[in-house]
Design a protein around this ligand. Structure first.
Ligand code: GAL
Length: 806
């Protein structure tokens, strides 16, 4: 949200001159990194000559071999209903995130005047960061996911400065892959003593009519006798409102600005304004900040449900963990933008940052691309889920963690709700209800405009303890059979599906016979993409769809999860080499699984969906029952195998699955052509789709998400690599080993095939196709130019792709 100056990035031995009253820099380059205890690493004289040179954001574990021994745990996952302990191998991703490490950065500062102060801001550091400047400790922060800052005015020196950050990741501190290191940005802010406080602006839009909107801006400042001038720009950059105020109360300005004919923010039209706050003392500009914001209203009404800008709607949301598959936890805008683009096409309009603070970049993208956001804080309160989890810090840190979350992110229009916790074991007993109230009150004090929820899985306990009654919005995780009871028991008269689904599948893998099953395991440690497998606590998409469709008091859902993530390989928690999740609607490489089209058929009301599964390459299954499912927004369709009709199927209420899918259960496999013809409500042919049995893998196909990327050293083109036969038909079972080379102004960054059991390293330029596909990440350099990607191997004709950066 903050004003970014032209990119004078700090780096070793560079000095900069500052003209503006406020300077903000990302401390991106010039870092040295080493794992280990290194007792004296915060001292200037410490020799780091042999340390690795890196840029941040950085995840120290991701570019390593998977190792079964990393964070191996002999535990019973009580939350999953396990009673006896067993060995869990890939629970936190099996990448070496556990341990201590140091980051050091030498940077130069200009001479500061006596009226200037310097702040160092971390947008997250995994974890337990201890920060030192010039040999002195300036502070520490326990929670790895949160935003925090320190005033380092006393420790900074003119000229050379040494910043050192020590991090510790304990074993058994997470239920998923947490990442490791300085995985989000670190910023230095230089400003006047007389200035706007860090996170001191709070913009809300308390009144909106068809013709006007009231924009309220509260601005906390340091200093006396000040004048605040606020200018609002529309998206084109024209000034549309201005206010000058010379009265602050308790160092806070409170301004109302009138916007005529406001453009409202919504997922469909994410219109953003910019507020420029200029602070003057005796006519001199002391500080200037830019904050983007949207004009939008939210309401949660027991009679109507949730509405945005006066329109009732239901959340079509997904939960996301913070890792970006093969990039690990290191924040990357291109990767997050791609995720959101994929979700947008599915019809998704909301994200839940499970189970922790979202990154600034993700929130900025949601503001800009149009996603509502449920910003979560904790997975644990006072009671433990994992031996070294957040419960160790809860009593001392919970309040300051919430305060920082809210202050750092509250101007993002995308955020419509906060969550103070996920399935916390404190749901049992009245102490938990008190904690829920305490945390909710902190949120309310910091932000009176948004409600607070908790993802509750112990629904009966929360009815008994009063916990559920406390929450602004009761959120249920799964337990669809208890929605009705909870609705009756809780006074709010609204239920949010804070976590839903948890159906498991592996992209392109299908198991026979096709049956609905919970906790099903297969010999290859994959899950069937017929989308009928789930966990003992969870359910299939239709269980949530029907609630969404029939209960006005269900305000929507957040599916577990939009994308697969590292760690939590349920139902194979104790089976090596499973090391990443199966829950995703898309796989770890970001490729849609079949389930994507089931959600799309319901949620994307703009475009046609007509998707056939399984693939039609079943050598050896000739004559055997091989059901065909079609996910479509049309109500009926006819299926043909090699020209022969298999009959018309119509969505119907004979079962929940029949209500949302078209299913031909008795089809016998014969190679050839599968064709589906869909009909509109008048019975007219509306769409057709054909799939054929592919021949032998012949040639590689390279499809980038973007052909031209930014020459900024961060941007990434995601290239989907697949194989076709000599006639161009996709080969859905190909598993050829491929090799990659990138030439010109780009580098090979990573590769991922979405196979949750693969032990191939993400950062090595070779990988097997999984179900005929993989995704290759090509990163730009700082120099613009041509980039050439060469993919070879597997006895196939090479694939060549020309990309460029500018
Ligand atoms: C929920 C939990 C999530 C994840 C999910 C898997 O109970 O909140 O973090 O574990 O189950 O189904």
């Amino acid at each position: 949200m903050k004003f970014k100056l032209p990119l004078y990035l700090f780096c070793c031995f560079a000095t900069f001159a500052f003209a503006q009253p406020r300077q903000e820099f990302v401390l991106k380059t010039g870092w040295k990194f080493s794992r280990g205890t290194h007792a004296q690493a915060y001292e200037k004289g410490f020799n780091d000559a042999k340390w690795e040179k890196i840029n941040i954001p950085h995840d120290w574990a991701i570019n390593n071999p998977f190792d079964k021994e990393v964070d191996k745990q002999v535990v019973a996952i009580e939350q999953n209903g396990e009673k006896t302990a067993s060995e869990k191998t890939g629970r936190t991703g099996a990448l070496p995130h556990v341990g201590e490490a140091w980051y050091r950065n030498n940077f130069n500062l200009p001479t500061l005047t006596k009226n200037q102060k310097v702040i160092i801001l971390f947008e997250g550091a995994m974890s337990e960061p201890k920060v030192y400047l010039n040999g002195q400790k300036v502070g520490e922060w326990n929670y790895g996911y949160n935003y925090f800052y320190f005033d380092i005015s006393q420790q900074v020196q003119q000229g050379a400065n040494l910043l050192a950050v020590h991090l510790t990741n304990r074993e058994k501190s997470s239920r998923w892959y947490p990442g490791a290191g300085l995985y989000r940005n670190v910023k230095i802010i230089i400003k006047e003593e007389t200035s706007i406080e860090q996170w001191g602006t709070f913009i809300t839009t308390p009144m909106i009519t068809d013709n006007e909107a009231k924009v309220n801006i509260k601005t906390k400042v340091n200093g006396e006798n000040l004048i605040l001038k606020t200018i609002i720009l529309n998206a084109k950059g024209d000034t549309i409102a201005t206010k000058v105020t010379d009265e602050a109360f308790s160092k806070e300005f409170d301004q109302n600005l009138l916007l005529k004919q406001p453009q409202l923010w919504s997922p469909e039209q994410p219109y953003l304004y910019t507020a420029i706050s200029k602070l003057y003392a005796k006519g001199v500009l002391k500080d200037e900040l830019r904050t983007k914001f949207g004009v939008r209203s939210i309401a949660f009404d027991p009679n109507k449900g949730f509405s945005l800008n006066g329109q009732v709607r239901k959340f079509k949301g997904v939960c996301l963990h913070h890792d970006l598959g093969p990039l690990g936890a290191a924040v990357n805008i291109a990767a997050m933008r791609r995720q959101l683009r994929i979700l947008k096409d599915m019809g998704c309009d909301a994200i839940r940052s499970s189970h922790n603070m979202p990154s600034r970049e993700q929130l900025e993208l949601c503001d800009e691309m149009g996603f509502m956001f449920l910003a979560e804080s904790f997975d644990e309160w006072a009671k433990a889920k994992v031996a070294n989890g957040y419960h160790r810090f809860f009593k001392t840190d919970a309040e300051k963690d919430i305060v920082n979350l809210v202050r750092a992110t509250r101007n993002h229009s995308s955020i419509v709700m906060w969550s103070s916790g996920n399935e916390v074991p404190d749901q049992f007993g009245s102490d938990g209800a008190k904690l829920a109230k305490w945390l909710q009150d902190i949120f309310h004090k910091e932000d009176p405009t948004r409600p607070v929820t908790v993802g509750m899985d112990q629904v009966k306990a929360t009815m008994a303890s009063g916990f559920g009654a406390v929450m602004d919005i009761p959120g249920l995780n799964y337990r669809t059979h208890l929605y009705e009871d909870a609705y009756k028991a809780f006074p709010q008269r609204l239920i949010l599906g804070s976590e839903t689904g948890s159906t498991v599948s592996s992209r392109g893998v299908y198991k026979f016979p096709v049956v609905k099953a919970s906790d099903k395991q297969h010999d290859d440690y994959q899950c069937s993409s017929y989308d009928l497998e789930y966990c003992r606590w969870s359910n299939l998409p239709e269980d949530d769809f029907v609630l969404e469709d029939t209960k006005p008091w269900v305000i929507g859902q957040f599916v577990w999860t939009g994308f697969d993530y590292l760690g939590e390989p349920t139902p194979y928690d104790d089976k090596w080499p499973s090391r990443s999740s199966y829950f995703g609607i898309c796989d770890l490489a970001g490729l849609p699984k079949d389930r994507y089209y089931l959600y799309r058929s319901k949620w994307n009301t703009r475009d046609t969906t007509l998707h056939i599964l399984p693939h039609w390459n079943w050598e050896g299954r000739e004559g055997q029952t091989t059901p065909i499912f079609v996910y479509t927004n049309f109500k009926s369709a006819e299926l043909f195998i090699n020209g022969k009709s298999m009959g018309v199927q119509r969505k119907n209420k004979s079962s929940l699955q029949h209500q949302y899918r078209l299913m031909w259960m008795d089809v016998k496999y014969e190679p050839g052509t599968v064709k589906v013809v869909a009909f509109d409500d008048d019975g007219k042919v509306a769409a057709e789709k054909t799939m054929v049995t592919a021949g032998k893998p012949h040639r590689l196909v390279l499809e980038p998400d973007r052909k031209t990327i930014h020459a900024d050293g961060d941007d990434i083109a995601f290239v989907t690599v697949s194989v076709v036969d000599k006639d161009g038909n996709p080969c859905p079972t190909a598993n050829n080993q491929l090799n990659f080379k990138v030439k010109g102004e780009g580098v090979f960054k990573a590769v991922c095939n979405g196979d949750a059991t693969s032990l191939e390293q993400f950062n090595l330029p070779t990988m097997k196709l999984f179900s005929g596909k993989l995704v290759l990440l090509v990163q730009s350099l700082k120099k613009a130019g041509k980039i050439e990607l060469l993919v070879s191997g597997g006895g196939l004709k090479d694939g060549v792709l020309a990309l460029s950066s500018e």
